[in-house]
Design a protein around this ligand. Structure first.
Ligand code: FES
Length: 130
């Protein structure tokens, strides 16, 4: 599913370097950015042995970057097939740290690739606040 350019998903953020045209927010097929971007930084999540975390790929979760089940209603309304990305650590393994994307610009969503360093918040007057 492709998004449709400025305003569709980038109403709070824009790329400081690339602009909307090349921004993964507007080109990624497998994930949608959060409809309400939270932070211009990643979130470190530790997954303990014998447990799993589910990361949102549909962008609709109220608990972003974690899945809250909102993809089901979004899929039904839009004919899409988003599912969360599961990260699991088996019993007996070491805890695993992952860094979740919260800005929506990562090319590796739902994981951070450092792209938040290239984007800036856009204020009401369009002024960047990176
Ligand atoms: S709420 Fe987005 S993938 Fe589940």
């Amino acid at each position: 599913m492709a998004s449709s350019g400025a305003g569709a998903t980038g109403d709070k953020y824009t790329c400081a370097e690339d602009g909307f045209g090349d921004c993964p927010c507007h080109t990624a097929e497998a994930t949608r950015p959060p409809t309400i971007p939270k932070e211009l930084k990643s979130l470190k999540v530790t997954i303990e042995p014998g447990s799993a975390k589910y990361f949102c790929t549909c962008g609709e979760s109220k608990s972003f970057p974690f899945c809250d089940g909102s993809h089901r209603a979004y899929n039904a309304a839009n004919g899409t097939s988003f599912v969360p990305t599961k990260v699991e650590v088996a019993e007996g393994e070491e805890p695993k740290d992952v860094w979740a994307c919260q800005c929506g610009h990562s090319k590796k969503r739902p994981f951070c690739d450092g792209s938040h360093k290239k984007v800036k918040a856009v204020g009401a007057a369009g002024a960047g606040t990176a």
